[in-house]
Design a protein around this ligand. Structure first.
Ligand code: RP5
Length: 158
């Protein structure tokens, strides 16, 4: 059963959001992925956000670009943690996505990550950290991931 829901505003966002999926794959975390647009498929968003907790999801990762309402709208309809990934836009290099995701008014939080691939990877790692508070085995996998990362850093440049 999926514990993390990865949603994105367009199929064009998958190039970024697949990095979240690959990170969850690496950690063995079950997820689902779906295109859900705040603007183009509002009913799909409503149905997704309202059913998410009942279907067993624990965290939602929402990626969108431009006027990126998807994470905030999803967060408005569920108290599950929502992690927002600003997808890099052509016109403004993702600054529009970042600002429209990060500037939520007090009361409806969206945990906002970095623009693009780094944000997608970190959203998955943060989702895993949230899940690991109740899953020691996943916590161990996160520790091992950190150890691999540390040992991969050379002391001197080639
Ligand atoms: C947003 O508009 C999507 O999240 C995407 O980042 C952006 C462009 O979408 P497409 O025109 O590529 O479908 O809603």
């Amino acid at each position: 059963m999926a514990l993390v829901g990865i949603i994105m505003g367009s199929t064009s966002d998958w190039e970024t959001m697949r990095h979240a999926a690959e990170t969850l794959d690496m950690l063995g975390v079950a997820y689902e992925k779906k295109v859900v647009s705040a603007h183009r498929t509002p009913q799909r968003l409503y149905d997704y956000a309202h059913s998410a907790k009942g279907r067993g999801l624990k965290v939602i990762i929402a990626g969108a670009g431009g006027a990126a309402h998807l994470p905030g709208m999803a967060a408005s309809m569920t108290t599950l943690p929502v992690l927002g990934v600003p997808v890099e836009s052509k016109a403004l290099k993702g600054m529009d996505s970042l600002l429209s995701i990060v500037q939520m008014p007090a009361g409806v939080p969206v945990g906002t990550l970095a623009i693009g691939q780094a944000g997608a990877v970190n959203a998955a790692l943060l989702a895993a950290s949230i899940l690991a508070t109740a899953d020691p085995e996943l916590g161990r996998k996160l520790d091992e991931h950190r150890e691999r990362q540390t040992s991969s850093v050379a002391e001197h440049p080639e």
